[in-house]
Structures are given as structure tokens and as C-alpha cells.
Design a binder for this molecule. Structure first.
Ligand SMILES: Nc1ncnc2c1ncn2[C@@H]1O[C@H](COP(=O)(O)OP(=O)(O)OP(=O)(O)O)[C@@H](O)[C@H]1O
Length: 701
């Protein structure tokens, strides 16, 4: 197919006038023939069956009926007018209803003329009705391309009211196939097609818009989904390959005094097998001559901090500086304290830089960074300020990267004449499939083992009405010398109300656990950093037994003696947030507990979340459920990724296809990294088009 023809503006397609063209462009992003062909149905209806009005059941099933309109009437309602048509077939009568677009409907729908209508039926007071039905003249229906499965396009009700009904899209699609004669060149190699028994691209496009059978539809969808995912994976793998070739990293080939001394004399515990493996992986990257770009995933409490430190020591051994950036002040401070403790006796100059560091101290830090006397800098995004200049930054570690985002990751790159090695740590496990698609340009290491001696956290769900029992339990635990977290949701839109909940909660806890027997800390977002630190500090030192907090403590806080996590209004938290919060306990050797408090009013999804939490402690399993419940768009940090704007594949449902696509992309590139082989000609061409047009779907056809 001539690629230029597909670039034809949509205005030229027969049946598209200036008004429609405008709507197609503005509302549906369809500018060219190509855009239209890549506008895929989001579902299909079985159109083999026609119903009679008499056969309708009072359920709201989607049905297809043949009949005629015998008259219109307008009904006044509180919330505006409703247009109602009397619709009959030879067995009975029903109503068609429109809430909007009355003028267009009256002008365009014919009375006493047979139509095929379809849509969802309702039954109010014994009368069947269908709101905003999709309608086609029977005569046209008989003429149109016969398909068993009727494609339903994702065009909104708004468009339907402006005349772009499903039927119109369908007709335009037919016209497009007529004008292009359905000849679309293939984009995959014979090799891949043969291996996976894929149908041709032309057949796939035809059958996805005009399925001849269920079986062909399935084949068409598989082929198009595979192709979409395959090229995304190609893009990520090639990007990764180029990064390795082009971006020379500093070569950290020495393992010197810092690392050795720490390993032999200061390691506070035996490393787990997973920690050792990950350090080895990172070490080999650091010494390879390419830039390290690695994602380090480890479930909560799996011991990422020590891995981070040991990598920084390698940088120091090679006469470079290192930095660690954390998303919150509390976390940065905690990392600083923890690392300082670990580095004791090692002769390392390590500093903390956050928004609340005083100017005089800041100046010292800036100077020492530039003259190279500061070895390690820990901080928040304050590290990204222009004033912060390193003498020789060799390794940047980013904790909890989704909160920073890709742009900030890039900013760290420019802190040096050559980009430093970048290690991204995350404690929110990202389902493997998603990690593959989102971070395909990063290598991934996983710490999949917890330090020994940890007991799984016992998680239970309790209703608010059982609060007294929960309080009794807390008292018993405090008696045993343990510490307790009580966390309240703080969600921005309703901050005031949440804040009140927190303060009310705090008061009732203070009543239940009076001084001097009990000491309570409180930490929330509206406090000054210094006050927060003070309260945190008291809890860390064990001076207070209860920490009442909002989710500011969500990530990374490490108080091994804390053994009970109580989460108030647990139904309001997302799954990964619940898992993160739970991860604040179970960090010592004692049996730990997580108690999820809720009212009796729970949504289905809320119930699933609570059941998942009580059933498993595995962060990866939880992340998978979370992904299924919320969809990838809602997962932290994924919004910024264009990758999720898929046209036909669904990253969750089609993750098997994603795996196959990734395997094939890898296979092609390992055999032919520059796509020079004759058999990969189409792949090379398609890939080049893709790189040129940025948007994957703007070229393939
Ligand atoms: N190999 C090990 N053996 C025993 N204890 C360990 C080991 N590795 C880490 N720890 C301890 O486990 C606790 C958790 O480690 P760390 O804070 O590094 O976890 P993390 O992976 O950063 O988790 P999170 O993301 O939840 O903060 C710390 O108290 C740490 O000292």
C-alpha cells in the first residue's frame, strides 16, 4: 500500500464533509486515513440474533431489534427535556429515548421506515425503553458489509449526538477499505509470522473492523496486539542498547579500601544471598565501561540500604563522589542517620542536604562538594538545585523513583560532565510485566529474599465497632516493650476533614493511653520539619510507644522495635500504599501485626483490597492485584508514560502477548542488532518510521 495514500487528510474520504472532518480531528484525534484505520473497536456485539419486542426480558441486556418509529413526543422533566419515540415491531411497542441531540434526531430519523436498532434495554413500569439507541436503516443494514460480530467503537455519546454514531464510523471504515482496496503492507518478517502463525497485517486490519468469524477476529486481535507490543519492546531494547554503547560510563574497576574494610570489619550482619547477587550485578555494570542504569526492586524491609551503601563505597574507591536522593525529608534524614552509623570508623565525609538545612551549613556543603572533600551527599530534591555542584559525581542513587519521575532522573545526569551511574531503588514492587514496559530502558535487579529471622506479619481486618478489643491488644503489646503505629489517611481533596479525623483520633487515643504510663508521638504534613523530626526522633529512640501519623511515614521509616501497624479507614488506601505502611513493622525479630480498621460500609473493590492484604505478604503479588483493580494508569508514576496509551493491547490483560513480543524482539536484536539482514527489512523500515514519527501508530499501514 502506498504509504502516501494513508497520509491523506481525512477530509478527502467520501462521506466526510467539513463538519465531520472537524469532529473527527478534534474529538477523536483522527487526522488521516491512517488514524482512522487505527481507530479500533473496543468491543463487539453478536449480531447474528434479532430480538422481538415481545421477547425482551426485564434485564438490561444489549439487543438488536427491527422495527419502526411511529411518532415522537417531547416529555418535560425536572432536569430538562426528553425526546421519546414510539417504536414498534409486529409483536409489541417500546420507547426510544434521547436526552440530548433532539434537533438532529428529529431532522434525520425517518418515521414509518424500518430500522435496525440496538442498545441496552430498560424497563420502567412495564414499558421497555432504549436510551440513545444505535440506529441503522434496515435497507442500509442489508447492504452493509455482513459481519457476524458488530464492532463497537469507542466514540462517546457526545459524538453520537453530533452525528458520529457507531454506524457512521463503520461506514467510514468501509469507505476507507474501498478506497485503499484493503491493501496494507506487512510490518513483520516472514520469520516471525511463520513462527507465530500470524495472519497478514491486511487480513488483521480487515477482520478487526469487519470480523468474518470469532476465530478470525481472535487472530486479527492477536496479530495487531503483538505488533503493537513488539515495536514498543524493540524501541525499549534498542534504547537500552544504544545507551550502553553510546553513553560511556565511568569505569569503576577498583575494589579498594572503603569497600574491603567495610565488608571485612564493619558489616553489621551477614548479607542475604539476594543482596550479594544484586551487589555483584551492580558491580559488573559499574566496571563494564557503560553507564549503569539499573532499577533495584526489593520488597519492603528487604535490605536495600546496605546495597546502596556498598555501591557508593565502590564509587569512593574509584575516587568518585556519590549521592542518594529520597522523596521526603523524613526519609532523607533517616537514610543519612542510618548510613552515617554504618560508616562509622570508615573515614567518610557524609552530609545531609534538605530544604531545611540552614544557609551557613549549606554553604559548607556546597564548598566541600566542589572541592571534593565531601564523599557522600544524602538529600531530598534539594540536591537538584543548580547550586549543588559536585567535583566528581560518579554514582547517583534515587530512592522511590516514582515520586521523582523521569525528568528529574535526567536532571541528575547533568550534574557532571559525563552522566553518573544511576541506580533507582523502589520498594513498591512494580509487576514484572509493567516494569518491562515502563522501565524497559533500565536493567532490573530484584532482592527477592528477606533477611533471616523475619516472621511474616499477621494481618487482620477489624471493624470500628471492635475498637476496644484492638486497644486492649495494643496495651498488651506495649506491655511487652513494643511500639505501635496508628495511621490515618490524609488525602488531599479533603485535607481539612482528614486532619480533623486525625486530631479526633489522637485525642481519643490520648484518653485511652494516658500519660505518664504512655507517651505518644504525632507526625503529620502540616507540622514544621523540625517538629516532625523531633517527634520521629522520640519514637525512634523508644521514648514514645505510640506514633499517631498520617501517611507521611509511608515509605522507608525503619523502627525495628515497632511491631503493630494500625491503619484507620483502611478502605480509603490503595493496595500498594497499604503494603508500604504494613512494611513499617516486621522489621525486627518479633512477631508483628497489621490491623486494618474499617467501617461496615465497604465497596466490592475495598473488600478485595482487604482480602488481598490479609491473604499475602508478598509485594509482587499485591502489585499484580493492584494493577488489575486500578489499571496501570493509576499506579504511581505511570501517568507520565506514553507507553500506556496503547491502541489495541492492554498491558494487564495481554501480558502473555507482551512476554512473547519481548522474547521475539530480543531474539531479533540478538541475531541482527542493527536490523541489517534482508529478512528483517520490514522491521527496519517500520522501526525507522516509528523513530521518525514518535507515535507508534502514526506510521504502520
Ligand atoms: N542481611 C541482613 N541481615 C539482617 N538484617 C538485615 C539484613 N539486611 C538488612 N537488614 C536490616 O533489615 C532492616 C530493613 O533494611 P532496609 O531499611 O535496608 O530495608 P529497605 O529495603 O530499605 O526497606 P524499605 O524500602 O521498606 O525501607 C534494617 O533494620 C536492616 O538493618
Amino acid at each position: 500500500m502506498n504509504a502516501n495514500l494513508l497520509q491523506t487528510p481525512i477530509d478527502y474520504l467520501k462521506g466526510v464533509g467539513p463538519n465531520r472532518a472537524e469532529l473527527l480531528r478534534k474529538e477523536m484525534g483522527i487526522h488521516t486515513y491512517q488514524d482512522l484505520i487505527n481507530f479500533f473497536p473496543n468491543r463487539y456485539l453478536d449480531k447474528t440474533r434479532f430480538y422481538k419486542v415481545k421477547e425482551l426480558l426485564p434485564s438490561n441486556a444489549e439487543v438488536q431489534i427491527i422495527g419502526k418509529i411511529v411518532g415522537f413526543k417531547t416529555v418535560e422533566q425536572k432536569r430538562g427535556k426528553r425526546l421519546v419515540a414510539d417504536f414498534i415491531d409486529d409483536t409489541g411497542r417500546m420507547e426510544l429515548v434521547w436526552f440530548r441531540g433532539h434537533k438532529w434526531i428529529r431532522e434525520n430519523l425517518k418515521v414509518n421506515t424500518p430500522y435496525v436498532i440496538f442498545g441496552k434495554t430498560n424497563n420502567y413500569g412495564g414499558i421497555f425503553s432504549m436510551a440513545h439507541p444505535d440506529m441503522e436503516l434496515l435497507e442500509e443494514h442489508e447492504k452493509s458489509l455482513r459481519t457476524a460480530m458488530q464492532p463497537i467503537y469507542p466514540s462517546s455519546e457526545k459524538l453520537t449526538n453530533k452525528g458520529i454514531t457507531n454506524r457512521v464510523v463503520n461506514k467510514l471504515m468501509q469507505q476507507l477499505f474501498i478506497e485503499t482496496r484493503g491493501r496494507f503492507f506487512d510490518t513483520l518478517s516472514e520469520d516471525i509470522k511463520g513462527n507465530l502463525s500470524l495472519i497478514s497485517r491486511a487480513d488483521a486490519l480487515f477482520n478487526v473492523h469487519f470480523p468474518k468469524s470469532q476465530e478470525l477476529l481472535a487472530k486479527a486481535q492477536f496479530r495487531l496486539k503483538f505488533e503493537e507490543l513488539f515495536y514498543i519492546q524493540m524501541q525499549l531494547l534498542i534504547k537500552n542498547m544504544m545507551q550502553k554503547q553510546k553513553i560511556k560510563g565511568f569505569v569503576f574497576d577498583k575494589i579498594g579500601h572503603y569497600f574491603d574494610d567495610f565488608y571485612k570489619n564493619h558489616l553489621p550482619f551477614e548479607l542475604t544471598g539476594a543482596q550479594k547477587r544484586v551487589i555483584k550485578e551492580i558491580r559488573s555494570d559499574l566496571g563494564s565501561g557503560a553507564q549503569l542504569n539499573r532499577l533495584l526492586q526489593g520488597d519492603v524491609g528487604s535490605g536495600k540500604t546496605i546495597v546502596a551503601l556498598m555501591c557508593m563505597l565502590i564509587a569512593l574507591d574509584n575516587d568518585f563522589q556519590a549521592c542518594l536522593m529520597a522523596p521526603t525529608e523524613i526519609l532523607a534524614t533517616q537514610h543519612f542517620q542510618g548510613l552515617k552509623e554504618l560508616c562509622e570508623g570508615l573515614d567518610i565525609n557524609i552530609a545531609l542536604l534538605t530544604g531545611s538545612v540552614k544557609t551557613a551549613r549549606r554553604r559548607v556543603i556546597h564548598e566541600q562538594l566542589e572541592d571534593g572533600t565531601l564523599n557522600i551527599l544524602i538529600g531530598t530534591h534539594a540536591l537538584l538545585e543548580d547550586k549543588v555542584k559536585f567535583q566528581n559525581l560518579g554514582l547517583a542513587i534515587i530512592d522511590e523513583q516514582h515520586r521523582f519521575g523521569v525528568a528529574q532522573r535526567a536532571k541528575l545526569w547533568h550534574k557532571n560532565h559525563l552522566p553518573p551511574h544511576i541506580l533507582v531503588m523502589t520498594a513498591t514492587p512494580i509487576p514484572r510485566t509493567l516494569a518491562m514496559s515502563l522501565y524497559g530502558d533500565l536493567d532490573v535487579s530484584v532482592i527477592d529474599e528477606l533477611p533471616p529471622g523475619r516472621q511474616p506479619i499477621k494481618t487482620v481486618h477489624r471493624y470500628d465497632s471492635n475498637r476496644l478489643k484492638v486497644f486492649r491488644f495494643i496495651k498488651d503489646e506495649i506491655q511487652k516493650g513494643r511500639q505501635i503505629y496508628i495511621v490515618y489517611p490524609l488525602i488531599q481533596e479533603s485535607e481539612k476533614m482528614d486532619y480533623k479525623d486525625l486530631m479526633d483520633g489522637y485525642e481519643s487515643i490520648a484518653r485511652e493511653f494516658p500519660m505518664p504510663d504512655y507517651q505518644i508521638s504525632i507526625v503529620h504534613g502540616q507540622m514544621k520539619p523540625a517538629d516532625k523530626d523531633y517527634e520521629m526522633e522520640r519514637f525512634v529512640k523508644g521514648e514514645t510507644q505510640i506514633m499517631v501519623a498520617t501517611t507521611v511515614i509511608e515509605v522507608g521509616v525503619n523502627v525495628p522495635n515497632a511491631s503493630v501497624m494500625i491503619i484507620e479507614s483502611a478502605e480509603r488506601f490503595g493496595l500498594s500504599q497499604l503494603h508500604q505502611l504494613r512494611g513499617r513493622v516486621g522489621r525486627g525479630a518479633e512477631q508483628s501485626y497489621c490491623i486494618l480498621m474499617t467501617s461496615h460500609k465497604l465497596s466490592e473493590e475495598g473488600k478485595t483490597r482487604l482480602q488481598t492484604m490479609t491473604a499475602t505478604n508478598d509485594g509482587f503479588e499485591i502489585a499484580e492485584v493492584d494493577l488489575k483493580l486500578r489499571g496501570p494508569g493509576d499506579l504511581m508514576g505511570t501517568q507520565q508514560s506514553g507507553i500506556l496509551n496503547l491502541k489495541i493491547a492492554d498491558i494487564v490483560k495481554d501480558n502473555q502477548i507482551l512476554k512473547v513480543a519481548r522474547d521475539f524482539a530480543k531474539r531479533v536484536l540478538s541475531e541482527d542488532p542493527e536490523l541489517k539482514m534482508e529478512k528483517n527489512k520490514m522491521i527496519r523500515y517500520t522501526y525507522q518510521q516509528l523513530a521518525k514519527h514518535k507515535n507508534i501508530w502514526n506510521y504502520i499501514s
